[in-house]
Design a protein around this ligand. Structure first.
Ligand code: PLP
Length: 448
């Protein structure tokens, strides 16, 4: 569709859209279901873009926003604060790993990762280490679309058009066991992907490196790929050896999505900084946060030289605080840990399809990678548009999933993410898998 101008749909002539397809006009949501303006019901199998953790239409969240708007609707963070901002920061510090206690609020994921990169830079400056500024990241990762965040992102497809505008940040191979960049087999390697960080830092010169950023489970770019066992322990060791800060990008993996409060906790290490968004407000309002460890805060003599008009927005923070309360009250983190293996087991039944190459995930956070040939793992040629076909069939059958292409190398590869709201029941998981089964079969019929 690229270059065809088919993205200009006369019914939305004034919307400069990011999408080439027809946009569903959603009018109502409740729990894991949404309805469009034609009255059709969809089960949301991906929480939007892995965002709506607590489900749609929760009244107490709307109540919290309304109360805050009536009390004090805005307080600029340069000179003011509000009760909801302080409450949300306290709740977040409690929710985060023990040494991460200091919260800087922003309005989304890209703002969070970019603020984390600047925080790492100022941390080193404060310690008299002025030459450190480079953030090492991984290929086929995603940390956001603003220029700083995209410079860290290793999402080749999303970077392509903007490369001349990006900062020269280094990237190392991903931890992608299904298609290991080191040609090793899952479970029988020496974590070469993790050790490549050590090589890269030495090549760049540790004196220039401020931080390493990674998603504990790679979301949109690879289609929900958890790092292997032991990976982040090695990463932590390498960062410590070189005095490099470890930033966990928990924009998708935070707030119970993987069955722990934050995804990185599965590896029993603590990062120096967490960048998070999405599930923090469950999509009810734009909110993001950078959570810094005591070590990071203690290095600062001056305040953090960064901020936006809408950072620490009192209404967004009231929503964030209410969402955390809801997650705790309804034990949604435990629920994700309990229902996650069930979701994965049910999705594995789809491996009977000739196009389903790999099913992976952690908690209520799963992904399916499609292939043309299972034995050789050969992907579909991009012009087949296999993913688009699956997506169209899913939408037709009343199921929403989060699609991704260019999984393998920025050009080839198709995947979907399956990550329903954490309130999903087992029978709703069955409903999602049945609809997916049918949709994949229909897409296969078109091309195989
Ligand atoms: C891991 C990760 N980091 C950062 C971002 C950017 O977040 P936002 O779209 O809120 O700017 C995303 C968005 O999908 C993400 O998945």
């Amino acid at each position: 569709m690229e270059g065809s101008r088919s993205f200009i749909d006369p019914s939305r002539a004034h919307l400069f859209s990011r999408s080439a397809g027809k946009l569903l006009n959603l009018v109502r949501g409740e729990g894991v279901y949404v309805w469009d303006d034609e009255g059709k019901r969809y089960i949301d199998g991906s929480s939007g873009p892995v965002c709506v953790g607590i489900g749609y239409g929760v009244e107490e969240i709307a109540d919290a926003a309304r109360r805050q708007m009536e009390e004090i609707s805005f307080a600029h963070s340069s000179h003011f604060t509000a009760k909801s901002v302080l409450e949300c920061s306290e709740k977040l510090a409690r929710f985060a790993p023990p040494t991460l206690n200091h919260v800087f609020f922003c309005s989304g994921g890209s703002e969070a990762t970019e603020a984390a990169a600047k925080m790492a830079r100022q941390y080193h400056l404060e310690r008299g280490d002025a030459s450190r500024y480079k953030v090492v990241a991984r290929w086929q990762s995603y940390h956001g679309n603003t220029l700083g965040a995209l410079s860290m992102s290793g999402n080749i497809a999303r970077r392509r058009r903007y490369v001349p505008m990006l900062l020269d940040f280094p990237h190392i191979p991903p931890a992608y066991c299904y298609r290991c960049w080191f040609r090793k087999e899952r479970g029988s390697c020496d974590l070469d992907c993790a050790w490549s960080l050590d090589t890269e830092i030495k090549a760049v010169g540790p004196q220039h490196v401020s931080a390493f950023i990674a998603e504990p489970v790679v979301g949109a770019t690879l289609g929900t790929v958890p790092a292997p066992d032991g990976y982040f322990q090695v990463i932590r060791e390498i960062c410590d050896d070189h005095d490099v800060l470890l930033i966990a990008d928990e924009v998708m993996t935070g707030f119970g999505r993987t069955g722990r409060n934050f995804g990185i906790e599965h590896w029993d290490i603590e990062p120096d900084i967490i960048a998070t968004a999405k599930g923090i407000s469950s999509g009810y309002l734009p909110l993001g946060a950078v959570i810094a460890s005591d070590k990071v805060l203690n290095a600062f003599q001056d305040p953090f030289a960064h901020g936006h008009t809408y950072g620490s927005h009192p209404v967004a923070c009231a929503v964030g605080a209410a969402v955390i309360d809801y997650i705790e009250k309804h034990k949604l983190v435990q629920r994700s840990a309990e229902h996650g293996p069930y979701l994965l087991k049910r999705l594995e039944t789809l491996e009977d399809h000739p196009s389903v190459g790999d099913v992976r995930g952690l908690g209520i956070f799963a992904g399916i990678e499609f292939v043309k040939n299972k034995g050789s793992k050969e992907p579909f040629p991009p012009e087949v548009g296999f993913n688009r076909r699956v997506l169209e069939r899913c939408f037709g059958n009343g199921l929403l999933v989060y699609p991704g292409v260019a999984t393998i190398d920025g050009v080839r590869g198709d995947h979907i993410q399956v990550a329903p709201p954490l309130v999903v029941t087992r029978s709703q998981i069955d409903e999602i898998v049945a609809l997916l089964d049918r949709s994949i079969a229909e897409a296969e019929q078109e091309v195989l």
